[in-house]
Design a protein around this ligand. Structure first.
Ligand code: ATP
Ligand code: MG
Length: 258
């Protein structure tokens, strides 16, 4: 579905992504992990077509990302970035409704069906009570959930999410990842999610990509990638992989004394 071939990217002088080749298949649920500054956000922005002028090529269904027009691409790929900033202090219900924008003709107003879809999305993310609040009146976690709601409302088959659970409490972290899992399993959506929470990624994702210093350090099934020596080296923290007694997925614990 998405093929990345020898992708390199630099903002200024130095390359922050180097020679990345990667295939994201339809229905994949991939977690991207790796240290701060490794290039995770840059990679998601390149895949979404937001950052251009990279070396190498990114194909979506055998067509170069750069050759898609904006609206066409917005029907296929949605992205939630790590930092979002809005010039105008929108109402929550309006910002989520804007996710439907790619489906309108240029002369068309939002339709009744767009408003219904928006209400359903707000309910699904337990956000209905915030519908009439303005963005400036939200907590950090609420704002993050609203950004996710907007992306889900766009109803694309590919979702790129950059740390969607970073400001969330454990109930909402698990809820977000459960919703993503359901979308992946029931609607066959392709999901790429950046997370610093390695255990959450190991629990819910099918594959893990480790980015370190602009390069792919590993990519594969969760059980193959979540490995203590590798993670200890990459993060320079002593970790041990244990078995989650509830789910039997590999989880990591840290040796805080080393
Ligand atoms: N707009 C920018 N201009 C210049 N350099 C940038 C810009 N954005 C990011 N960088 C640099 O590119 C490198 C990769 O940044 P990126 O944001 O992709 O890392 P990341 O893996 O997402 O990190 P984090 O876990 O902290 O979010 C870093 O060295 C960062 O300083
Ligand atoms: Mg980032």
């Amino acid at each position: 579905m998405i093929k990345i071939k020898n992708l390199s990217f630099k903002y200024n002088k130095d390359f922050v992504l180097r020679d990345i080749s990667l295939e994201i298949k339809k229905h994949d649920f991939i977690g991207i992990i790796g240290p701060n500054g490794a290039g995770k956000s840059t990679l998601t922005k390149c895949i979404s077509g937001f950052l251009k002028n990279n070396k190498g090529s990114i194909f979506l269904d055998d067509k170069l990302i750069d050759n898609y027009d904006k609206i066409e691409l917005a029907k296929r790929v949605s992205i939630v970035t790590q930092q979002s900033y809005y010039e105008f202090d929108f109402y929550v219900k309006d910002i989520v409704l804007m996710g439907r924008f790619p489906y309108l003709k240029f002369w068309q107003n939002f339709r009744k069906s767009d408003e219904e879809t928006t209400e359903n999305t707000l309910t699904e993310l337990e956000l209905s009570h915030l519908a009439n609040r303005r963005l400036s009146e939200l907590s950090g976690g609420e704002f993050q959930l609203v950004m996710l709601a907007r992306a889900l409302n766009q109803n694309t088959d590919i979702l790129l999410l950059d740390e969607p659970a970073a400001h969330l409490d454990i109930h909402h972290q698990i809820r977000i990842f459960s919703i993503l899992k359901k979308l992946n399993e029931e609607q066959k959506k392709t999901i790429v999610v950046v997370s610093h929470n390695i255990n959450l990624a190991a629990e819910f994702c099918d594959k893990i990509l480790i980015l370190a210093d602009g390069e792919i350090a590993d990519f594969g099934k969760v059980k193959e990638v979540i490995e203590e020596n590798k993670l200890s080296k990459i993060y320079q923290v002593s970790v041990k992989v244990v078995n989650n007694p509830f789910t039997h997925k590999p989880n990591i614990v840290y040796d805080y004394e080393k």
